[in-house]
Structure formats: structure tokens, C-alpha cells
Design a protein around this ligand. Structure first.
Ligand code: ZN
Length: 213
């Protein structure tokens, strides 16, 4: 771990932060490509009200694709973009990726975005959800499979009686956020909403709206 941190510092020195949209040096996403203080997009899901920084297209799409390449500079820039939508004192739960993807990318991009947003806005991050890989179902009995239908597991000890807000990169159909909501509710927590970087135009119901936070 220490070795990988030293390696990361060396790489940051050799390859400084660069805008995922236009390649300008300085940050993972420059202010020309993605301004701070943009109007939020609100998405209405059945169970979870979602606030998105922007639409999943153009520079924002490039930035989110850069997360899959393990671009840490981009996670910082995206954390800055969503921070204005996070109230101080909020308990943030990042929607987790699978352990396999985390290994391949060398990071969990959404966890880093949540951490940056929490630092700026005075919120806290609680890593209380885990996502199981799709093949985790193999070898289980039918009843075990039914009991473990959801992809997400929540640490009940950490969450019972608490009000939380999810953080994710993209909201498409909202199915992932609703799966997560179910896991948190079963563990005794209450979901107040979700803050995401981008929503696709196919999201259930989206509309630009002035930020309330
Ligand atoms: Zn740019």
C-alpha cells in the first residue's frame, strides 16, 4: 500500500492533472469544460430523489469514462462539482463498485468523488455498502439465492437509525440506486436522496432545476 502511494505520487509528478475534456493542464476537469455552480438536474425515482450535476454527454461523459481508466485527478474535479449539492453534516454512502473492478482500476472512483465532496462540504462518508460480483450466486442453494437477490449488502451495525445520501457517478434507469435503497432500508437506515455526477436523458424523469442547497 505504501509502495503504491509512493508510485502514485511519482506518477502525479510525471503526469500532472489534465482536463478529461480538453487536455488543459491543471485539474482533471477544467472550469471551461465543466463550470462550478451549474444548475442541478433533478431526477425523480420512485424511492430516491436524485440531484445530478449535469447531463451524461460531452465533457462530463468523457470525465466519467476517464474514471474507468483510474484517473484520480478526475475524481477530485468531479467531487468539487457535486460538493455544492451536499449539505454540511450529511452522511454520504458511495455506491460501491465490485472488488474485481476496483482491482483493475486501482481505485474506487465513486468513493474518491464522495470523499472529495465530503471534505469540501463538511459531510461525512460511510462505506457501509458492498457490491457482490455477479458470479457470487454460483454454488448457492435456491433459498440462499433468493435471500441474496440484491447485488448490494449493507452493514446494519453502521447504518441502523441513520439518514443517508448516496453518491454515484451516473444515474441511468435508477435501478442501482433503488437496489441500494432496499439494502439500506433492510439494514434499518433511511435514504434521503442521491447526489450523482451525471444523469442520462433516459433517466425516468429529469429536469433542470435551480439548486436548493
Ligand atoms: Zn477542459
Amino acid at each position: 500500500m505504501i509502495e503504491s502511494r509512493a508510485l502514485r505520487a511519482a506518477l502525479d509528478f510525471l503526469f500532472p492533472a489534465q482536463c478529461a475534456g480538453c487536455n488543459a493542464i491543471g485539474s482533471g476537469l477544467c472550469h471551461a469544460c465543466a463550470p462550478l455552480g451549474a444548475r442541478a438536474i433533478r431526477v425523480r425515482l420512485r424511492l430516491v430523489p436524485v440531484v445530478a450535476y449535469g447531463c451524461y454527454e460531452g465533457m462530463l461523459r468523457s470525465a466519467i469514462l476517464a474514471l474507468k481508466d483510474g484517473r484520480r485527478d478526475v475524481t477530485e474535479a468531479l467531487g468539487e462539482r457535486i460538493a455544492p449539492f451536499v449539505r454540511p453534516g450529511t452522511l454520504l454512502i458511495p455506491v460501491p463498485t465490485t472488488a474485481t473492478r476496483r482491482r483493475v482500476r486501482g481505485m474506487d472512483g465513486v468513493a474518491l468523488i464522495a470523499s472529495k465532496a465530503a471534505d469540501i462540504s463538511g459531510a461525512r462518508v460511510l462505506a457501509a455498502l458492498q457490491q457482490h460480483a455477479g458470479d457470487a450466486q454460483r454454488g448457492r442453494t435456491r433459498n440462499e439465492r433468493l435471500a441474496a437477490r440484491g447485488r448490494f449488502r449493507c452493514d446494519a451495525g453502521a447504518i441502523a437509525g441513520k439518514r443517508i445520501t448516496f453518491v454515484d457517478d451516473v444515474c441511468t434507469t435508477g435501478a442501482t440506486l433503488e437496489d441500494c435503497e432496499r439494502a439500506v432500508a433492510e439494514a434499518g437506515g433511511t435514504v434521503e436522496g442521491a447526489v450523482v455526477v451525471a444523469a442520462t436523458k433516459s433517466s425516468p424523469s429529469w429536469r433542470p432545476a435551480p439548486s436548493e442547497h
